[in-house]
Design a protein around this ligand. Structure first.
Ligand SMILES: Cc1ncc(COP(=O)(O)O)c(C=O)c1O
Length: 549
């Protein structure tokens, strides 16, 4: 080889080496969703730039430049609602306000029920309270004795109805009492739980934790330990608990440097998984099937009517199959985070529902039979916490309350019930029942020309708004006035228990329609001829810029 040829060869190799990282960087950029949720670091930076400002009373009612008669209508509607709240929820509201002085979580959830520009005024006048006295069937009772249909689902824990979990906990207390809160050694209930969880997950081993967040932490840590790779890949918008590495964007004060946030259901994401060598695991939350690439919907982000959702089972199943194939091809552990959806979609969880097997599965919420829990099920080779040939190279997982006897006993109650024909029956035609209920409600809303609809993934629902508006978040207050109890994310998420009968559901649907009617009569859904979701967002951007500079 001549000297010139050798130089060319060295040059080409050097260029190739330099281009490789650039190409991978470009591929990664292409595999990000174009929204801010898809760009975690940018989202954090942008969030830090948004200044606080709020609407004084007059602007509160006319922030969309509605004509005077609509503004008057809104004001009258608001006053009626405020009077109703004052009369109906005095004890609940008063004691919640006093409690909030010392409970930071209440201050946070109280402030973030609606977009911040409206928040203070709403808090002053529409305070329903966050204290509840009891639950009974599908209802809860507040401190003023009001009975409300529960649509909060206790963050998804409540699958079989509150009475079921009360019984699980009562029996568990009796069964665990002899051992009491002895930790470190195991209560024999663990034997049954492990056997059942292995059968349900189709995986070899189980570990117990105290929350879903910790289960996810452990699954990711194990994947990193065994693959000796650094990065976890998650999909845009997916929630996996509040540990830093799985929450790389807004809400986490430090950047998550070893997390890739990829676009859900995308070819480019698969390409990144195929090409990169540093990916230790892929995390999937099947709940995203309802709103791929979007954050969990909450009313504090409901600045316009742009919220979109819709579940396509065939498309999502196909996506999971393709993802599974790429993970297998590349030796990347696939972690199915079934903390929310586990047991809710099918007795065998999302694996059964979508017909896709994972290498590690995390469970939590309802599995604890009413007590706090997190569980990891996994392949034997991935669950192992030490290396035979390197005795000092271990993977820690601790937790004082792991496998707490009372929790194990309550879990056993849950799993025992799941094996009975009566509980199997509850899953029969589950999707058909809940899809029909959603369709029926949507038809009623359409028939009355009310610009609101619902979308659902089985018993998990979200509310969609069909006409551009800045005031959709008001619906949560009308729903409460009609006796529906929502979680602090408002109309973003309704979670039904399987104990909701047809009659219970009809009662909820009647109230939902009545609330939407009242909201409409209050003028909140007035929309100017030129108003679009885009024009609303532009306007808010202008306000933000004006307040910032
Ligand atoms: C999919 C998923 N993973 C993890 C978690 C975190 O669980 P926990 O709140 O018990 O820590 C949640 C909680 O909502 C979840 O929905």
């Amino acid at each position: 080889m001549s000297a010139t040829t050798a130089l060319y060869a060295i040059g080409a190799a050097a260029l190739g080496a330099a281009l490789g990282p650039i190409r991978r960087r470009v591929e990664l950029s292409r595999a990000k969703h174009r929204s801010l949720a898809g760009h975690a670091r940018l989202a954090r930076r942008v969030a830090c730039l948004v200044p606080f400002y709020e609407y004084e009373e007059a602007r509160f009612f006319s922030s969309d430049d509605a004509p005077d008669e609509i503004v008057a209508q809104r004001r009258a509607g608001f006053q009626r609602l405020a009077a109703l709240y004052a009369a109906r929820f005095p004890e609940s509201a008063g004691r919640t306000a006093a409690l909030a002085e010392g409970v930071s979580d209440l201050q946070f959830t109280g402030a973030y029920r609606v977009p911040f520009q409206y928040s203070r005024f709403v808090r002053q006048h529409l305070h329903g309270g966050s204290l509840l006295a009891s639950s009974d069937g599908v209802t809860v009772v507040d401190l003023d004795g009001n009975r409300l249909y529960d649509l909060s689902g206790s963050y998804g824990v409540n699958l079989f109805g509150y009475e079921f979990y009360k019984a699980c906990v009562d029996r568990a207390v009796g069964e665990a009492r002899a051992l009491g809160p002895v930790l470190g050694a195991y209560h024999p209930a663990v034997e049954y739980n492990v056997a059942r969880l292995k059968a349900i997950s189709g995986l070899d081993e189980v570990s117990f934790h105290m929350s879903g967040t910790e289960a996810v932490m452990q699954a990711v840590r194990l994947a990193r330990y065994h693959t000796r790779r650094t990065h976890l890949a998650r999909f845009c918008g997916a929630y996996h608990g509040w540990w830093g590495d799985v929450q790389p964007g807004v809400g986490n004060p430090v950047p998550a440097r070893e997390t890739y946030t990829l676009r859900d259901m995308s070819e480019e994401a698969l390409r990144v998984l195929r090409r990169r060598r540093d990916i230790a695991c892929v995390l999937v939350n099947p709940l995203q099937a309802l709103h791929p690439n979007a954050n969990a919907p909450g009313d504090s982000a409901l600045v316009d009517s742009g919220r979109r959702a819709g579940f396509d089972r065939t498309a999502y199943t196909e996506w999971l199959r393709r993802l599974r194939a790429v993970c297998t091809e590349r030796g990347i552990p696939l972690i199915l985070d079934d903390v929310f959806t586990g047991f809710r979609l099918a007795p065998g969880g999302a694996q059964e529902y979508f017909g896709v097997r994972a290498d590690l599965v995390t469970y939590g919420k309802t599995l604890g039979g009413g007590l706090p829990v997190g569980v990891v099920c996994g392949r034997r080779d991935l669950m192992k916490r030490f290396r035979e040939d390197r005795p000092a190279d271990v993977c820690f997982a601790r937790g004082t309350f792991n496998a707490h006897p009372y929790v194990m006993a309550a879990m056993r109650e849950f799993l025992r019930a799941l094996e009975t024909p009566a509980f199997a029956e509850r899953y029969r035609d589950l999707d058909a029942v809940w899809n029909e209920r959603a369709e029926r409600l949507n038809r009623r809303l359409q028939d009355e020309d009310l610009p609101v609809q619902v979308a659902n993934l089985s018993t998990i629902w979200t509310t969609l708004y069909m006409r551009p508006s800045r005031y959709n978040w008001m619906l949560q207050y009308y729903l409460r006035a009609e006796g529906l109890h929502l979680s602090w994310v408002g109309t973003g998420r309704f979670i039904f228990g399987l104990d909701y009968t047809a009659a219970d559901f009809d009662a909820v649907a009647d109230r939902f329609v009545a609330a939407a009617r009242a909201m409409s009569a209050g003028g909140w859904w007035w929309s100017g001829a030129a108003t679009t979701n885009r024009s609303i967002r532009r306007r808010i951007l202008r306000e933000i810029i004006a307040h910032r500079f």
